[in-house]
Design a protein around this ligand. Structure first.
Ligand SMILES: [Zn+2]
Length: 422
């Protein structure tokens, strides 16, 4: 039996006729996620600067941790031991999974496959490429490619897996699809991802195609190994496995990838890649028009308000991004009238809340002046309060999109929000 159950409550009514967006529920062994939903990122088994109680206060229903980081520190075995107990004979799986108990988060969890970190250590190493890249000009891409031979890489991609050096201590590691799935079984998240190769948009078609073939082989191997581990565990399956669609900005490759993933027995799908902002909407459309309607879709690493509207309209059910907490720690705060830098002198005497329309604990209890002071004085509480507000703002925005789909007011809601925001 599948460990998750996805139900669509209502589809988005779009005057243009095409209907991809939907509101639904995703039942996991650790609780229900109301979709579309924004997933809080807890890379190293912590949403930076926040206790799980504070994370909960933002309305977060699910946390995504990072396979690569947890594998290196503290190690998957150590986390696994938190999800098991001795029954006198040996270790038996506990009712609460390793990661849940380890970080004291009782709600749903996810772990990513480690593919994006491998990308960051490899082709993107030292180039500050992120999931949204500003590079759209082909000549810039060629310039970036020519840099490849000059920039050191910490990762090497082979047919079977990826060898890489730890960014901690330089130790050498080798991750295959099987290894990624084993680590993710040890971590015990409710939703896990197949091992993939995230390519840079700067790569040419030939490389994108080669990488995609590899990602497809790795997807099949991830799935096979997931099933064999379940069989070895007496058929008990408490983890859903999502396959990741790749293919860069190439229409033919994206469509080929969506068709391929659709044909495999995954519980849901991730849409991966490093995007230019212009490419993202077309890529999401190409892919979601092909993926089966009855399974959840996660757009990996995307979280700016305008991109969330685009994703929801085009049938994305789950998002995650470090931006709300990273911005929060740095003092860049979201408001209904756009982002502000709370450190700015103009806020020193401002007794109002960060955002008059926000219902978070920070906006209810603290002033802009106080936050401005905390950041300027380098007080840790600044980063905590900023993260709580930003996470609440983004999570609540996606919740409001969900409600707008249910109320048939999505298009009006988007226009009203974006008009004020920009
Ligand atoms: Zn707030």
């Amino acid at each position: 039996m599948a460990p998750i159950k996805f139900s669509i409550e209502k589809e988005l009514v779009n005057p243009t006729g095409r209907q991809l967006g939907r509101a639904g529920t995703l039942e996991t062994p650790h609780g229900v996620i109301h979709t579309p939903a924004f997933v809080a990122v807890g890379t190293k088994a912590t949403v930076k600067a926040l206790t799980p109680e504070q994370v909960k206060s933002t309305g977060a229903e699910v946390i995504l941790a990072n396979t690569y980081h947890l594998y290196l520190e503290p190690g998957a075995e150590r986390i696994r031991s938190f999800g098991h107990r001795h029954d006198g004979v040996g270790l038996r799986p506990d009712a609460v999974g390793g990661l849940h108990k380890f970080m004291n988060w009782q709600g749903p969890t996810m772990t990513d496959s480690g593919g994006f970190q491998v990308f960051s250590l490899g082709v993107a190493y030292g180039k500050e490429l992120s999931k949204i890249t500003k590079i759209t000009d082909p000549s810039q891409m060629i310039a970036l490619r020519s840099l490849d031979s000059e920039v050191p890489r910490l990762a090497n991609i082979g047919a079977d897996g990826v060898s890489f050096r730890s960014h901690h201590d330089g130790s050498l590691h080798y991750i295959t699809p099987e290894k990624s799935i084993e680590i993710q079984h040890d971590l015990g998240a409710d939703i896990i991802f197949a091992f993939d190769e995230c390519t840079s948009p700067a790569e040419d078609f030939r490389y994108q195609e080669e990488a995609l073939e590899r990602t497809h082989r790795w997807a099949k191997r991830s799935l096979d190994h997931h099933h064999s581990l379940i069989r070895a565990n007496g058929g008990i399956n408490k983890q859903a496995l999502f396959g990741i669609v790749q293919g860069g900005r190439e229409e033919s490759l994206r469509k080929r990838s969506a068709e391929f993933m659709k044909g495999l027995d995954f519980d849901g799908f991730g849409i991966g890649g490093s995007f230019s902002k212009d490419d993202m909407e077309t890529v999401v459309k190409w892919v979601n028009e092909i993926l089966p309607k009855d399974k959840p879709r996660h757009l990996l690493g995307i979280g700016e308000p305008e991109d969330l509207f685009m994703g929801v309209e085009n049938g994305v059910d789950l998002f995650d991004c470090v931006a709300p907490t990273r911005n929060g720690r740095g003092g860049t705060l979201y408001t209904s009238r756009g982002k502000i830098n709370i450190r700015n002198a103009e806020f020193r005497e401002d007794t109002g809340p960060v955002d008059i329309e926000c219902g978070c604990d920070v906006c209810k209890n603290y002033s802009r002046a106080y936050l401005c002071h905390l950041y300027r004085a380098h007080e840790m509480l600044g980063g905590t309060l900023g993260s709580i507000h930003n996470l609440y703002f983004i999570i609540n925005l996606v919740k409001n999109m969900r409600q707008a789909i249910l109320d048939n007011t999505f298009i009006q809601f988007r226009e009203k929000f974006l008009d004020k925001y920009f």
